[in-house]
Design a protein. Structure first.
Length: 167
């Protein structure tokens, strides 16, 4: 067996090949944002600029990749930070085991570990506390560096559900 043939066989058997964004229905050309919608999430929970993604439709394990880290502020009080790669598990209306996404609360950076859709709201959990936001806050993708405030000078307020809870 030639070296090239060995590399081809290895690539076909590797975990990345079996957990790619393609599936049996041929959706390998779809964006990460389109796939989010398949699972009942709005596109705006991911900032613009996803370069690639991987999804194992068998167990829901996913990875989303940017060129570098991404951070921005929303409403002036919420600072979000995305590492160059985020990962977790996705199922209908639920993101669990998230890594690579954090929010600044007061002076602390806390990891967002779960996002659950409940009707027209998204609940974001940092493990010890959670907050719910109206889903229409997430119809537009934020942009790295400027969030939803890019070029128009207007600050858009997030609609927060009054139910902020701690566990």
């Amino acid at each position: 067996m030639t070296f090239t043939a060995i590399l081809v066989v290895f690539a076909l058997l590797s975990p990345l090949a079996t957990s790619s964004s393609s599936s049996s229905n041929g959706d390998d050309k779809r964006s990460a944002y389109e796939v989010l919608q398949d699972y009942d999430f709005p596109i705006g929970i991911l900032p613009k600029g996803v370069k690639s993604y991987e999804l194992d439709r068998g167990n829901g394990r996913f990875y989303a990749h940017w060129s570098g880290s991404c951070s921005f502020s929303l409403e002036g009080s919420y600072q979000l930070r995305y590492k160059p790669t985020i990962s977790g598990y996705i199922s209908k209306g639920r993101l669990t085991g998230l890594t690579g996404v954090s929010v600044k609360v007061l002076f602390l950076w806390l990891n967002i570990v779960e996002v659950v859709r409940s009707g027209d709201e998204l609940e974001f959990s940092v493990g010890i506390a959670s907050a719910s936001f109206a889903i229409d806050n997430f119809y537009e993708c934020p942009q790295c560096g400027c969030g939803l405030n890019c070029g128009n000078g207007q600050v858009r307020k997030l609609k927060l559900n009054p139910s902020v809870s701690s566990i």
